[in-house]
Design a protein around this ligand. Structure first.
Ligand code: 4IP
Ligand code: ZN
Length: 146
């Protein structure tokens, strides 16, 4: 499958389990028509695959508002809302983030079940900072201007 875009980006752990740690890992992200996948990356080499999201399962791709006191490495967050989870990724700079948003928007534009509303705040400590809803799958609080 042809690569549309690839870059070393930071990601936040998805915390699929209740006791999962919050941590940030550098992963080599690869976008194809079918998947957004991320791999280990060490000494300039792509390693084993750590995760993958099917493009057709994506429901929203958008920026996220910064938390207070965000370190320099996490200034350009964006979110991937998909059937099965919520992934936060950090662009290396504004151009990097814009490139990923544009490429992803192009690939998901004909997806069924794209959201009309999303959350512009992070989901942290069991709630969305934007609306205080406590369920990760709670309906969005802000119109998504696609
Ligand atoms: C892991 O922490 C990594 O951050 C995983 O990211 C992440 O999986 C795990 O979240 C989290 O527990 P440790 O390495 O300290 O175990 P990666 O897969 O990039 O290594 P995600 O789902 O974010 O890929 P959970 O929710 O899968 O446990
Ligand atoms: Zn919200």
């Amino acid at each position: 499958e042809k690569t549309i875009l690839e870059e070393l980006l930071l990601k936040k752990s998805q915390q699929k389990k209740k006791i999962s740690p919050i941590n940030y890992k550098k992963r080599w992200f690869v976008l194809t028509k079918a998947n957004l996948s991320y791999y280990e990356y060490d000494k300039g080499k792509k390693g084993s695959k750590k995760g993958s999201i099917e493009i057709e399962k994506i429901r929203c791709v958008e920026t996220v508002n910064l938390e207070e006191l965000t370190p320099p490495a996490r200034q350009y967050p964006f979110q991937i809302v998909y059937k099965g989870g919520l992934l936060y990724i950090y662009g290396t700079n504004e151009e990097s983030r814009e490139r990923w948003l544009a490429a992803l928007h192009k690939e998901i534009k004909d997806n069924s079940d794209l959201l009309n509303k999303y959350h512009k705040g992070f989901f942290i400590s069991g709630k969305f900072l934007c609306c205080n809803q406590t369920c990760k799958t709670a309906p969005g609080c802000t119109i998504w201007e696609k």
